[in-house]
Design a protein around this ligand. Sequence first.
Ligand code: SF4
Length: 655
Amino acid sequence: MSHIGGKFYGYTGKSAFIDLTNRTVNVEPADSKIYHDFLGGRGVQARLIHDVIKKTGGIKNPLGPDNRIILGTAAPNDTLIPTAGRGSCSFIGTMTCSPEAVPWIPGQRPLHGLIAHSSCGGRFPNVLKRAGIDHLIIDGKADSPVRILVEGGKVRVVDAEDELFEVVDGRKTVRTASAITDLLSRKHPKSSTVCLGPAGWNKVAYACLTADYHRNFGRGGAGAVFGSKNLVAITASGADQLTYFNQELFQKLGREIDELIKGHVGDPSRTASLRPTAGTTWWLDRAFNGGYMGKQGGYLPWHNFDEGSFNPDDYAKVSTAAFLEISGKHKVCNRCRHIMCTRAAEVTGGVYAAAAVRPEFETIALWINCCLIDRDAIFYLNHLCNELGIDTMTFGSVMAGAMELHEKGFLRRFENPPAFGSGPDMVRTIKAISYQSDPLGKMLGGYSDRVISEVGAGFTAADLPEIARCLTTAFGGLGYAGIEPKAFPGMFTAYGTSNRGRGDHTYAWTVQAEEGGLEGADNLAAYVLAGQEGKALVDSLGLCDFYTGDVTSEQFLSLYHALTGFEYTENSMKACGRRIYALERHINNIQGRTRSYDAYVPPKLTVPLSSGALKGRSADSALYNKTLDSYYEKQGWTNDGVVRPETLLEMGLSS
Ligand code: SF4
């Protein structure tokens, strides 16, 4: 099925199917029906991953050659819509695994990795589009290191040059992400590169991809999947102009939307007004002491999620203001206007001196959760994560777990285990993990149930529950985000039901609503579900989480029609979000996800907070289970969390 008059608008209309095993590339016209029903970005990628899952019956090993990884864009990318510079990367995640039967999780069923979607800004997504390709669909495994080059609608698989590698601790590994980007930028002027770092090359379960030096396809393990395929980098360059269904109308409506977003940012009663200065770090003050809008804080995690508050004098060292002190000029994603959350940052003296970017709230929060109250160390570790190709958030959760294991004496057979609060320990450990250079680093680079098994091998079976208790990432967890998971039952539901894995905060966000009084199982379930479907739309339209407009409004749908020629109503656009979310869940069902995964509550989260404004709160298993019942019912899934075949058919999908 081709698009209007055989021509695509907004999209390039071309997808590249790349088989690394045979080093072949087929550039094919896109299927218009898929683009209509799944929009672009995350949605189209879920649909294309489902093709593989259907054929294989599921991916048993996310590091195997049959794990398809896709990078691509959506129609709004590279237009004047504010924040329309976010690209998508989808694959089966390497962290969300628990494939062996384990005794420390009652009711555990084998899990082989969940569908992961990561969104990334910078220049890469828009440059890929200018290079003439919507999606790069990558299968197989190269027999020696390769990279991919996309230029003027042509895609080539080429040998990765020796200069992209170095020897560290006697082993050949890729250079840091900035060194790879520098080398490829020199070779391909005006290009943009996305690449793995040493962690991805060494297949660390939470290795990310880094684009344009400091933007990341962060969560899920995209870097490890690249490493498993012997794929080092993708470089794109091109100057293709976008085609519009109705360019004049698009420009007019686009200017109106631009004014709308500008107005949101200029309104001091909106959180958007804080983005251009404090970015996401304004959440630090809000989560710690409720410094905004008269709300209480007490939910900034501390000591591996045991508490939501700690000494205010310590907090002052890592507060919103502390990070503002080192913030410089804006360093925003291509085509971002008004919201502009990212700023350069610099530490000019001491062992952590560097010029880089300011860390995000979630990163800072999760390293405060390691009791690290050293701003400069947090800044430097963030820089290291970009260089080594590590997801800052999962690294934070894994590290807090390792610190508690050490505190309880379970890591005594390892040299130099990390202690709570130590920046030097975290720097040493992240290098050991990334380069897989010592036994502790090798162990901590795997998914969590493997870590628990390996730690437990040195102890008795009776110690296993206590060992498992230290790792909140057990049972295929992605790692909780920076809002204390005990604090809000709605947020706990969002964490527990996110398609990309337990702990993800981006698919639904309930904090303001719960602070405003949202409560009750049915209301929480409905709110989370609506958030998840809305986020599926935003990701599939190539927009940022911080886009403040409504993508189901008449204004946006008219704009989208002027761009693509596709017509939607509010309901039919919402149906796309529902379809995308259900398809991802169906893929996850095939990968082994059922209610047993969603319902798992890490035991330490049932211990109430002992201090702070939210003293007494804990994960309430009874309320959570009731909320899950309601959530599945509203989704039309079975009570075991499985998407029904008839639901798939209704949505135009087959199992
Ligand atoms: S708001 Fe921030 S993350 Fe979003 S597009 Fe702009 S700079 Fe990028």
